[in-house]
Design a protein around this ligand. Structure first.
Ligand SMILES: O=P(O)(O)OC[C@H]1O[C@H](O[C@H]2O[C@H](CO)[C@@H](O)[C@H](O)[C@H]2O)[C@H](O)[C@@H](O)[C@@H]1O
Ligand SMILES: O=c1ccn([C@@H]2O[C@H](COP(=O)(O)OP(=O)(O)O)[C@@H](O)[C@H]2O)c(=O)[nH]1
Length: 460
């Protein structure tokens, strides 16, 4: 019997942020998608990261290995309303449980819908009947409904990379029903955790009157769609190999020699208020206050590349952190010891993995985070014979899988300081056991497994 191969068509990934070849991607979506597409190949469509006189005047094409990048520029006005405005000043704070920061400017939503319409125009012109379209994140919620309006009948999936708060909070979003109901135009909606999935179902059932059936199937009017939990992973083996080989790189040797035997605590985050950085600095200061024996014995390296720096709240957090770091160093530093090394620069993965491996503690304490890939990268980078300890916020999606980390409430200064003390003193055997349990999860649920399971569910 001859087997006729199935025609599966291309995979078209759509996201606002695209990691172009040889660019450092300081966001999780871009670094994960880059790894996900490397094996499967496909088209990656999104914003070029550039501002031009007109939005999407041309589509820029770039071919690198199995990936075809197709990107568009944004006009200044569209960038300000769509990306800075509705995506990052309205949706982002709400999705991260900060309704106090939500901006209700009406022009932002108009700009958001306009740019989604342009994405839909450009995509509808190139989609072929067998293609599968995978839309990513809160910038592009209405994209499927706009593609459907343009006659696209393909399978279309959506993945939300941020947390999804409960319905009671979601209704604080301006015109929330009009926007969120458009999720029903997808065939599959993916989320990082079971809590996010519950929030989605609760919202649809109670706010839109959708019917919930078994297998997380929802029906709203004539549209049927399915929702599911797909926790994103990392390229575990690649990160582990890179970390093991990083020891001879200059930046790693420089860091190691500068430590002079001190224990390193490391944090790596975009400079974002959701990452809990001021609270983290306070917890470290509390540790120094109550454990003078640790003075000159520890060093805290916080890498925090600037992010979304035209949004006022992001400029404010930068000022707050500079003040805090200066205050803590002023209070505790000695001529030969700086307690906090605060670096507003981004580093490539090859260097970061070496830094992680040299750190006794990975300090990952967001107030809310969809997943947090840094937590996973820290674990994957450890030396199996002498692994460090992960201190992780309960409010990061990663805490659902990495239960062997020291889980903390990032707002509780004493609890984080306790966890730091425990981590710095943890015996080797316990460190090994905790690390092995976490590494097993990361090996099984890596980035390839994530991409495969989402795409398989979408094609079903
Ligand atoms: O594109 P930017 O505005 O520079 O922001 C970077 C990305 O931040 C967010 O990342 C999320 O995705 C990660 C991978 O799933 C996840 O681990 C993390 O918890 C999320 O915050 C945002 O959702 C992306 O769209 C941005 O590209
Ligand atoms: O200087 C940096 C800082 C961060 N990252 C990467 O940016 C991603 C951050 O993803 P995460 O999920 O932790 O948070 P996000 O920034 O997406 O909210 C991780 O892959 C980091 O390794 C990087 O490559 N260089």
């Amino acid at each position: 019997m001859s087997v006729v191969p199935l025609r599966t068509g291309r995979l078209i990934v759509v996201s606002n942020r695209v990691a172009l070849p040889r660019q450092t991607a300081t966001g999780g979506l871009a670094s994960a998608m880059r790894a996900a597409l490397q094996e499967a190949g496909g088209v990656w469509f999104g914003w070029s990261g550039k501002i031009a006189a007109e939005t999407a005047a041309t589509v820029h094409h770039l071919y690198d290995g199995p990936v075809h990048y197709a990107t568009i520029d944004l006009s200044r006005g569209d960038h300000d309303h769509f990306y800075d405005g509705f995506a990052n000043r309205t949706l982002w704070p709400l999705l991260h449980y900060r309704p106090d920061l939500v901006d209700y400017n009406r022009g932002h939503l108009d700009g958001y819908l306009r740019v989604n319409g342009i994405f839909a125009d450009r995509l509808a012109a190139v989609v072929e009947p067998d293609d599968v379209i995978w839309v990513n994140d809160y910038h592009l919620i209405p994209l499927a409904s706009m593609l459907r309006e343009r006659g696209v009948r393909n399978r279309i999936g959506f993945f939300l990379h941020t947390p999804l708060p409960a319905a009671g909070l979601l209704i604080a979003l301006p015109r929330h029903r009009e926007l969120l109901e458009t999720l029903a135009s997808y065939d599959l909606v993916g989320l990082h955790t079971a809590r996010d999935l519950r929030a989605l179902e609760e919202y649809f059932v109670h706010e839109t009157g959708a019917r919930l059936r078994g297998g997380h199937r929802l029906r709203l009017g004539h549209r049927r769609f399915r929702a599911g939990v797909f926790p994103i992973g990392i390229d575990t083996q690649h990160v582990a190999d890179a970390a093991a080989q990083a020891g001879t790189l200059d930046p790693i040797e420089d860091l190691r020699s500068s430590l002079e035997g001190r224990a390193l605590i490391i944090g790596v985050d975009r400079l974002d208020y959701s990452k809990g950085l001021p609270q983290r600095f306070d917890a470290y200061a509390r540790l120094l206050e109550r454990a003078p024996r640790l003075h000159r014995r520890v060093s805290f390296l916080q890498i925090a590349p600037p992010s979304r720096s035209t949004v006022p709240e992001y400029r404010q957090i930068r000022r707050d952190l500079e003040r805090k770091a200066g205050h803590i160093n002023g209070m505790y530093a000695a001529p030969d010891w700086v307690p906090i090394r605060y670096v507003n620069k981004s580093f490539p993965h090859s260097v970061l993995s070496g830094y992680y491996r040299n750190a006794k503690v990975g300090l990952v304490t967001p107030m809310r985070d969809g997943m947090n890939l840094v937590a996973k990268e820290y674990v994957a980078s450890q030396n199996p014979d002498d692994p460090g300890v992960l201190v992780l916020s309960r409010f990061a999606g990663a805490a659902q899988e990495l239960g062997e980390a020291l889980l903390v409430n990032p707002a509780d200064t004493e609890e984080v300081a306790d966890a730091l003390e425990l981590a710095l003193a943890m015996p080797l055997e316990e460190r090994r056991q905790r690390w092995r349990a976490m590494m097993d999860v990361l090996e099984q649920q890596d980035i390839t497994a994530w991409r495969r399971s989402f795409v398989a569910a979408l094609r079903e």
